[in-house]
Each structure stands twice: as structure tokens, then as C-alpha cells.
Write a new protein. Structure first.
Length: 77
């Protein structure tokens, strides 16, 4: 709640700078744990397909079982 109030008091420029700082910190933490960025693109033809982009440059298309959450690699890029 405090962050929301603080954000309302900031200028758009200052808010953008702060948000970028928070984003880059979160991305650095994620990379340090070798966790992938997960997103969807044109290769994701089913609702349960996602791209996993790892810090080392590895990218894979995965399909996740909706009942068990088990992931299966469909394609490596």
C-alpha cells in the first residue's frame, strides 16, 4: 500500500526510473538462480505452451500438463 501511495506522488519520469530499477534487480536475481524468463509467442500454439529463455541463452518451447504441471520440452531454439 505504501508503494502505491509513493508511486502516486512521483512524476511519470521518476516512476519509470524506479520501475526500471526494480525490474532489473528482479531480472538479476532470477538470472542468478538460473531461472528462465517465461513468455508466449507465435510458437506457442496451445494454451499450455510457453517459451523458457534461460540466462545462458538457451531457449525452449515447453508444454505444461494442466493437471500435474509437469513440463515437456517440445522444441529447442
Amino acid at each position: 500500500m505504501e508503494l502505491i501511495i509513493f508511486a502516486l506522488l512521483m512524476s511519470n519520469k521518476d516512476l519509470n526510473i524506479k520501475l526500471k530499477q526494480v525490474l532489473y534487480k528482479a531480472l538479476e536475481e532470477k538470472a542468478s538462480k538460473n531461472l528462465p524468463l517465461v513468455y508466449r509467442n507465435r510458437f506457442c500454439t496451445k494454451e499450455n505452451q510457453f517459451i523458457h529463455a534461460y540466462p545462458n541463452g538457451r531457449k525452449v518451447l515447453i508444454q505444461q500438463d494442466p493437471k500435474t504441471s509437469v513440463e515437456k520440452v517440445i522444441k529447442e531454439f
